[in-house]
Design a protein around this ligand. Structure first.
Ligand code: URA
Length: 222
């Protein structure tokens, strides 16, 4: 294994502890990093995080004939994993995820956060109605209050998914606590994979020290 993953006490949380992740994350956070580099770094970080996040992907045995001898290998099992980027910032993570898992199917969900109440509301959804037996990977760069991720994960569980992994770049302790409260007692497999757990949220719901607004930094301010 080339990437040490630190299991954290809350829920099933994996904080990927690796020098490459730490280096890229520090550059990503830097105010001077413009959107071209920010997008490239996000893609690279997602590939590193996804390597850990996909460790439990289901496989099936296949017969392979090498130039030397027949052998038994494995392929990823069907049904194909489902990747769900949360619009808008999660779109910046999709390319990295698909580089690693090109056979995945992609669903989309759009949520907008009210800047006063910090509540998330869904404005778009393109997800199969039946996700039973599917391993689902939700992509959203920032776990802040947890409202967005809980809304999305609940939607996946309501469609029959029982194994949902959220991949984020940064997590706040407040969001982790809300996720644990939501899923610790339930008979579902919910995992969070992150590159770092930061100090706290500020009064505007931003992660401190964080990296600012991930959507704006990826795509420019709207
Ligand atoms: N969303 C962001 O883009 N940044 C934060 O710090 C919190 C939520």
């Amino acid at each position: 294994m080339w990437g040490a993953a630190v299991a954290c006490p809350v829920m099933h949380t994996i904080c990927v502890d690796h020098p490459l992740v730490a280096h890229k994350l520090a550059t990503l956070r830097e105010t001077q990093t413009g959107s071209v580099i920010f997008r490239a770094l996000t893609e690279e970080l997602v590939m590193l995080l996804a390597y850990e996040a996909t460790r439990g992907l289901a496989t099936c045995d296949v017969q392979v004939t090498t130039p030397v001898a027949p052998m038994q290998g494995v392929h990823l099992a069907r049904p194909r994993p489902m990747v769900v980027p949360v619009l808008r910032a999660g779109l910046g993570m999709l390319a990295g995820m698909l580089q690693l898992v090109p056979i995945a199917e992609v669903g989309f969900v759009g949520l907008v956060r009210d800047e006063d109440s910090l509540e998330a509301t869904t404005y778009a959804e393109r997800i199969p109605s039946d996700l039973s037996g599917r391993q689902v990977f939700v992509l959203d760069p920032m776990l802040a209050t947890g409202g967005t991720l809980i809304t999305v994960i609940d939607s996946m569980l309501a469609r029959g998914a029982r194994d949902v992994t959220a991949i984020v770049l940064l997590a706040a302790p407040e969001g982790l606590a809300r996720l644990a409260e939501a899923y610790d007692h339930r008979d579902v497999e919910v995992t969070l994979v992150t590159a770092a757990i930061d100090e706290r949220l500020n009064e505007r719901g931003y992660i401190v020290p964080g990296l600012g607004d991930a959507g704006d930094r990826l795509f420019g301010v709207v």
